[in-house]
Design a protein around this ligand. Structure first.
Ligand SMILES: CCCCCCC[C@@H](O)CC(=O)SCCNC(=O)CCNC(=O)[C@H](O)C(C)(C)COP(=O)(O)OP(=O)(O)OC[C@H]1O[C@@H](n2cnc3c(N)ncnc32)[C@H](O)[C@@H]1OP(=O)(O)O
Length: 598
């Protein structure tokens, strides 16, 4: 009930505040009364460790309220007798609208020294007392279709605090109690929230440092609790931390988690758990779940994935910005010497855009960040940078591409082939933007040299994107580029830090005389050639590319890209000019429209 001057009022409401003889409870009681509520000032009047009883504390506060012109009655019952506390409200005022479960005691001891009595007493007053009072008030509130309930938790519960095992447990218990009360009351407009206060009171005296203690006035928290209890506040099940004239909502969050077995038929092993532990504990994409149904919903999704045998999917985020796009463009030979390349090199260019082949990166980085995909797909195989070569790549742009953002990429092994001289592992990686929109699909084949002859099948399954041989005629066009001796060194800044491309020793171990160029760098040069020749350098016309890396390129060599136009498909091959050897075969770029011209 708001009065005309905009002040929030509680006229006609009856508020029960437990433990209202001092500290926070007293401030709540005074504020409710000042704003028109009739108040039950409950206080057993014991010591802060729960000894003794006295009517004095409650009486003083009642007196204070009455003197100020408010209405209040005292109640001296223990909150464990919750029914009696609520009875006081019904007898005096005929109803109960607001219940602030605030009463509490402390019996701080280290875990080892905590007696059963210390445990029971603290839990009884905080947890059982809140339960008893709430249970007694609930029928009245439900019947009148109105109620506001507060549970009082503590950072000691949420984070733990040395010497407060009993208190921490009770305080976290109150969070659980509030969660369910909020659900059970919602239909009848009986809302329940949690306050997590840090206040100077007789309970915290001697625990908090003096400087902090003096600034943590209970009076500064009372308006937060009062607002939570006002009819205009629709929060339900919220945890609100408040102290020193500050308040915030607190959430329990859950990470994305990791699937712990490849399929429904597989057991969960300790070793697998260890392998994916960093994913289990990764909180970078943690989320708050609104209800228990959301939590179990995720489990159903996991089971669905496992049924499809997709439990081995791995996920990662990929962040990029204009720097990443420009570094990539330079890495595949874009140059300011070419006017039409400015849009790829200068973030203030009005048409600034990514060269579309940049979007192989999320899939590549996912594969390089985990040894779970390629190596796990092969029996007894040791996969490392000395025996893998990029075999094939397919990239498809599905939706409009931003020039910066964070993509979530999900990848899994799609096919494994035994080619004798090596094994080919095909992975599919889909990348989504933050709203869940699928932007890019990548399919990569990794040729694992020497890992063949394991008795696997030779042919690909349906869904492995096939190559397309070049037409049997002279190319319609060709473009030639010189790569720099530093090309691989420059390109690796985009993320592919495979030492094969820069470290002569590693190259020797992998069977090459010198470091070789990244396959995707050669692909990038080739895509640039097709865009320049057939799409007026317009990246928006690019739809997809498929290539096979059929031979290595040495940085410094020249590349000739031979192209054939067949409608919107541009077939191409890439040849090292100095040797005449084909290094990209069976390749094509699909453009979005047939505006493409010779
Ligand atoms: C975990 C991380 C994920 C991946 C990260 C990648 C990181 C990067 O840093 C790695 C790189 O960029 S490496 C550089 C780019 N790649 C290359 O230079 C490889 C060039 N290709 C070759 O040398 C040979 O084709 C070679 C060696 C691949 C094959 O040659 P051969 O052994 O002589 O094979 P061949 O007799 O020609 O054919 C045997 C069967 O294999 C198939 N095949 C051939 N080349 C393939 C290729 N590139 N990709 C896929 N399959 C290929 C053939 O079709 C044949 O199969 P079938 O008998 O069924 O026809």
């Amino acid at each position: 009930m708001s009065s005309s001057n905009g002040k929030l009022r509680y006229d006609g409401r009856v508020a029960v505040v437990t433990g209202a003889g001092a500290g926070l409870g007293r401030e709540y009681a005074l504020l409710f009364a000042e704003r028109g509520a009739k108040v039950v000032v409950n206080d057993l009047g014991g010591t802060h460790s729960g000894e003794g009883a006295s009517q004095r504390a409650a009486d003083i506060v009642v007196e204070e309220i009455r003197k100020a012109g408010g209405e209040a009655v005292a109640d001296y019952n223990s909150v464990i007798d919750g029914a009696k506390v609520i009875e006081t409200a019904i007898n005096a005022f005929g109803r109960v609208d607001i219940l602030v479960n605030n009463a509490g005691i402390l019996r701080d001891k280290s875990l080892i020294k905590t007696s059963e009595q210390d445990w029971n007493l603290v839990n009884d007053v905080h947890l059982k007392g809140s339960f008893k009072c709430t249970q007694a008030a609930f029928p009245y509130m439900k019947k009148q279709n109105y109620g506001r309930i507060i549970m009082t938790s503590s950072n000691s519960g949420i984070y733990g605090n040395f010497g407060q095992a009993n208190y921490s447990a009770a305080k976290m218990g109150l969070v659980g109690l509030a969660n369910t009360v909020a659900i059970e009351g919602a239909r009848n407009n009986v809302l329940c929230n949690v306050i997590v206060p840090t206040a100077a009171s007789r309970m915290t005296e001697g625990i908090l440092p003096d400087i902090l203690f003096n600034e943590l006035k209970p009076k500064l928290i009372a308006p937060v609790v009062a607002y939570l209890c006002h009819e205009s506040c629709e929060d339900n099940g919220s945890y609100i931390e408040s102290a020193a004239g500050w308040a915030t909502k607190v959430h329990i969050v859950r990470g994305q988690g990791a699937v712990l077995r490849p399929s429904l038929d597989d057991p969960v092993t300790i070793e697998y758990v260890k392998d994916v532990w960093s994913k289990v504990t990764d909180m970078s994409r943690a989320k708050h779940l609104g209800a228990i149904g959301e939590a179990s919903g995720t489990l159903l999704e996991v089971l669905e994935k496992l049924k499809e045998g997709g439990g081995d999917a791995v996920e990662d985020t990929f962040e990029f910005d204009s720097n990443a796009l420009i570094t990539y463009a330079l890495g595949i030979g874009a140059s300011i010497k070419n006017d039409k390349d400015m849009r790829f090199l200068y973030e203030n260019d009005t048409d600034f855009a990514a060269i579309p082949s940049f979007f192989v990166m999320p899939g590549l980085m996912l594969q390089m960040s985990t040894d779970k995909l390629v190596s796990k797909a092969l029996p007894n195989s040791q996969v490392d940078f000395t025996n893998i070569l990029h075999g094939e790549q397919y990239l498809e742009i599905v939706d409009d591409l931003p020039t910066s953002g964070t993509l979530l990429t999900s990848g899994k092994v799609f096919d494994v082939m035994d080619k004798g001289s090596g094994a080919v592992v095909v992975t599919n990686c889909d990348s989504f933007d933050e709203s869940g929109r699928l932007l890019v699909r990548n399919q990569s084949s990794t040729f694992v040299v020497g890992a063949g002859k394991f008795g696997g099948k030779k042919e690909p399954i349906a869904g492995v994107v096939p190559l397309q041989p070049a037409p049997n005629r002279q190319p319609d066009a060709f473009v030639q580029y010189v790569t720099s001796e530093d090309q691989a060194a420059l390109y690796r800044l985009s993320g592919d830090r495979n030492p094969l491309h820069i470290d002569p020793q590693m190259a020797l171990m992998a069977g090459f005389k010198t470091p070789i160029l990244q396959g995707l760098c050669t692909m990038g040069f080739s895509v640039r050639a097709v865009l320049a020749q057939f799409a007026d350098n317009n990246p928006a016309l690019f739809k997809a590319v498929k290539v096979r890396f059929s031979g290595p390129v040495i940085p410094g060599q020249s590349l000739r890209v031979d192209m054939w136009k067949q409608g919107t498909r541009i077939n191409f091959r890439t040849v090292v000019v100095e040797t005449g050897k084909e290094v990209i075969s069976g390749a094509y770029v699909d453009l979005k429209s047939s505006q493409a011209k010779l």
